[in-house]
Design a protein around this ligand. Structure first.
Ligand code: HPA
Length: 285
């Protein structure tokens, strides 16, 4: 296999041959924000199957294409479909698109997901603005990566989620009458949902919500020097005494219901992004 930096170069070259935009923002449209693709004035769509080294999406509701264009006046590239560890991919495969979006020029990564609520104050349909995470994947996307220009080996993760953007997202939620909480997301491998004992354990170690994504991409985004905002739609409650029965169809449907809320927050954030070249700052105000 080619070294990581060569994989990034080849993928970027392929995309650049199809699209010459200079994206400032990258978005991962996980479960919960797939419909956001309709919000983008499309300039080009590139299937993952057209891009060397990109893995194919196999999870329900994940399409597997990069949507390149603009939303709220901001040039962006969106992953319409994400990759998960439970699909059998390595964390390096899952996170390659983040590195490619970084090489295309993004400065901010917005990550959407669905998750099970562990905090008893949460209700299905609420949003979580992730302010910290716990990695229980038993793996790390930076394992085996040399300091070869992709980022420093020992990057601190004491503040992976941009504080200004967390506050801004909560502010937009209040303005729009959307119930949004701040909290800690724990990533597990899946693909099964948790046992009652596991939900109890995950709550006890300090998590507010549990999901099967987000953390690998965020680790790599921070490693690559990106700012990160991550939102998660609470699709079910993993309360150990009264867990709501759950299957993937329920999760996809509940995430779809929460999607307009997530869309408003993402559009609000994009509206605050400064045009490139007009200011040093990424976010207005
Ligand atoms: N557990 C793990 N991942 C999830 C859940 C859950 O309860 N709900 C949505 N994604």
């Amino acid at each position: 296999m080619l070294p990581l930096t060569s994989q990034i170069d080849v993928a970027v070259e392929t995309i650049r041959r199809r699209w010459d935009g200079r994206p400032r923002v990258g978005i991962i449209l996980g479960t919960g924000l797939g419909g956001f693709a309709d919000e983008i004035e499309r300039e080009r769509i590139v299937g993952y199957d057209e891009i060397p080294h990109f893995a194919r999406c196999t999870a329900p509701g994940h399409r597997g294409r990069l949507v390149c264009g603009r939303a709220a006046g901001v040039s962006l590239v969106a992953m319409d479909g994400r990759l998960h560890r439970y699909e059998g991919y390595s964390l390096q495969q899952i996170t390659l698109p983040v590195r490619v979006m970084r090489a295309l020029g993004i400065e901010l990564l917005i990550v959407a997901s669905a998750s099970g609520g562990l905090n008893p104050a949460f209700a299905s349909g609420d949003l979580l603005v992730i302010e910290d995470h716990i990695n229980l994947l038993g793996d790390n996307p930076l394992v085996g990566i040399d300091d070869d220009g992709t980022g420093p080996h020992w990057r601190a993760l004491s503040q992976p989620y941009d504080r200004t953007l967390v506050e801004r997202a909560l502010q937009i939620a209040r303005r729009e009458n959307i119930v949004a909480h701040r909290g800690v997301y724990v990533a597990v491998c899946g693909p099964n949902y948790e046992t009652r004992a596991e939900y109890r354990f995950l709550r006890a170690i300090g998590a507010d919500a549990v999901g099967m994504s987000t953390v690998p991409e965020v680790i790599v985004a921070v490693h690559a020097g990106l700012r990160v905002l991550a939102l998660s739609a609470i699709t079910n409650l993993g309360l150990s005494d009264a867990p709501s029965p759950i299957d993937s169809q329920h999760v996809v449907e509940a995430a779809r219901m929460a999607e307009p809320k997530m869309r408003k927050i993402v559009l609000g954030i994009l509206a605050a992004v400064e045009p490139r070249g007009q200011a040093e700052k990424l976010i207005r105000g």
